[in-house]
Design a protein around this ligand. Structure first.
Ligand code: DGY
Length: 322
């Protein structure tokens, strides 16, 4: 008998064909996230969940099926899954590290350059037909990455990939990691000092209880006037109202891929600000990277359903429980 897998998001038809060949799948194909009550009902009696960001897999969802063998997420971050509840239930959770490092680092660079050189503002200016006079010495002036000190918060694979990219632009790089990590060309500093010294702060930590609002009002207050805050990690790492106040006061600039609440509300005060560049959680959004993430998630799913170790497990301590 085929294993019963709940799939919480639409997927390319070729991927669904593969899933259908091996499993009995129940697919949520709407663009809005599956409501929790529906997910609980669907998971009742299921053997596995294939999910991604946007679908909270709560302790209640996990408790809905005594048969669950694994949860596989098409993401590296697993803050949408109650990892403690999964581990307590003996459920390995699969995720998709490594394959999105370069795409996410590229997005951080794209946001830095867009903010520092005012690309979006200038594009809108041209499209509005406001480019009335010619070149002048003080027209749309920005700042240089090559002259900047870039502070990397989190020196994991993505943080290190951003460090090497900005080094190649000539920037000086300072870094902070929860457990000190030596990275070539990166000077380790205390977190508060990083916020005080950097012209650009780029965030690359996972969202955990420890990193919740790590970028506090106090740390935002320490940033240099005109400094740039880049977030391609998770919205919960920043005290978003404090960041909005600093942006509204014109004290800092920002490039954001992720937000406290996604999708961003149409009433968000961020939408009215021209010192921030906003993209809708696209860090890993390239064809090749998404295909690689899906492959890893399918490998994790199949391994979990065969009772084998997941190749990319987000809660390896689950195996220590025996
Ligand atoms: C992830 O995989 O966690 C990323 O945020 C997706 O872009």
């Amino acid at each position: 008998m085929k294993s019963h897998v709940v799939v919480t998001l639409p997927l390319p038809s070729a991927v669904l064909d593969r899933l259908n060949r091996s499993f009995d799948i129940r697919l949520w194909s709407e663009s809005e996230p599956i409501p929790e009550a529906t997910l609980r009902a669907w998971v009742t009696g299921a053997d596995a969940i294939l999910c991604s960001l946007g679908t909270p897999v709560t302790a209640g969802v996990i408790a809905s099926s005594a048969q669950l063998q694994t949860i596989s997420s098409i993401s590296v971050g697993v803050d949408h899954i109650d990892l403690a509840a999964a581990t307590a239930s003996g459920l390995p959770v699969g995720h998709t590290p490594d394959v999105l490092v370069d795409s996410t680092a590229d997005m951080a660079l794209a946001l830095m350059l867009a903010v520092m050189r005012r690309i979006v503002e200038a594009d809108q200016f041209v499209r509005r037909g406001e480019w009335g006079s010619g070149w002048s010495t003080d027209f749309f002036l920005g700042t240089d990455l090559s002259r900047a000190t870039v502070g990397i918060v989190g020196l994991g694979p993505i943080g290190r990939a951003v460090a090497s990219r900005v080094q190649s632009f000539g920037a000086e790089v300072i870094g902070w990691n929860r457990t000190t990590r030596q990275v070539a060309g990166v000077r380790n500093v205390a977190l508060d000092d990083l916020f005080e010294a950097a012209d650009v702060v780029s965030l690359h930590t996972a969202a955990t209880a420890e990193t919740h609002q790590l970028v506090s009002a106090d740390r935002i207050g320490r940033m240099k006037p005109g400094a740039v805050l880049i977030n391609t990690a998770r919205g919960a790492i920043i005290d978003e109202p404090a960041m909005v106040r600093a942006l509204q006061a014109g004290k800092i600039r920002a490039g954001l891929d992720v937000y406290d609440s996604e999708p961003l509300s149409p009433n968000s005060p961020l939408l009215g600000l021209d010192n921030v560049v906003l993209v809708p959680h696209l860090g890993s959004a390239t064809r090749a990277t998404r295909a690689a993430m899906i492959e890893r998630a399918l490998d994790n799913l199949a391994s979990g359903l065969r009772g084998e170790l997941l190749p990319w497990c987000a809660n390896p301590d689950v195996y220590a429980k025996g």
